[in-house]
Design a binder for this molecule. Structure first.
Ligand code: SF4
Length: 249
């Protein structure tokens, strides 16, 4: 399905629904959307935000002719503890059958992802990422990520909830930063985003500033559109190349 998420092209949701994992989940967009879609009686959302497998959606990327960036499971977490490795294998079968596409996988269950890839190779067309919203739960996920041998390893610091301090960016190819959206959104301080941007520049890591969200750079509430994507006078849209060669630290 086409998406407004700035750093991808399509979403593919062979799983929907999830359970909260850490502070970044507090105002989960997928949960709000799933409940809305359930109320609208949208096909596939009969269970609302309850974890649900959709084997009928597995083949979706096979019929897409144009090479596409897919964000896998924007409405769930692929490595949720209740998803069997057998079902995840089925998703990776499709990924391997479609090398013209590339797939961005983002999780808060870094240890489960790590365990999964202990026994399996990450396909060349897969980018693996973890959410790093704070120091307590987010930053430790980076250590699990670094141990996974993949072409692209990325972190999503969205919603960025505090200053992350000095980050170990070794082995990280891409960093996304964003503020939170929604009525109860928590504000992001510009200095937190700039700290990450500066470290990315020093280490030669691609930096993507996704959005301010509900709170603008001026620390006032506004629409996501009004608040825009400008940080320190410009947009930051760096991304790794889909053809980045595999290097492992
Ligand atoms: S892990 Fe992701 S999908 Fe699951 S509750 Fe948290 S934010 Fe929502």
């Amino acid at each position: 399905m086409a998406t407004k998420i700035e750093w991808t092209e399509e979403t593919w949701n062979p799983i929907t629904g999830c359970t909260r994992q850490s502070a970044g989940c507090q105002h989960c967009y997928a949960e709000i959307m799933a409940r809305r879609l359930q109320a609208m009686k949208t096909k596939g959302y009969e269970n609302g935000f309850k974890l649900t497998l959709h084997p009928e959606r597995l083949k979706e990327p096979l019929s897409r002719r144009i090479p596409t960036s897919y964000f896998v499971n924007s409405m769930s977490d692929l490595f949720h503890e209740d998803v069997s490795f057998d079902f995840i294998d089925k998703i990776f079968d499709v990924i391997c059958q479609t090398p013209k596409h590339h797939y961005q996988i983002l999780t808060k269950r870094a240890e489960i992802m790590h365990n999964y890839f202990n026994l399996r190779k990450v396909p060349d067309n897969v980018w693996v990422g973890v959410t790093v919203e704070d120091k307590k739960n987010g930053v430790p996920r980076m250590d699990c990520l670094r141990e996974i041998d993949a072409n692209i390893r990325f972190i999503s610091a969205e919603p960025l909830l505090e200053d992350l301090g000095e980050l170990n960016l070794n082995g990280i190819h891409w960093v996304i930063v964003g503020g939170e959206s929604g009525v109860s959104a928590r504000p992001m301080d510009a200095s937190w985003a700039l700290n990450i941007k500066d470290q990315c520049e020093q280490k030669g890591v691609n930096f993507f500033f996704k959005q301010w969200g509900t709170w603008g750079a001026d620390k006032k509430r506004g629409s996501k559109k009004e608040n825009g994507r400008i940080l320190q006078g410009r947009e930051w849209n760096e991304m790794p190349s889909a053809h980045t060669e595999r290097t492992f630290v």
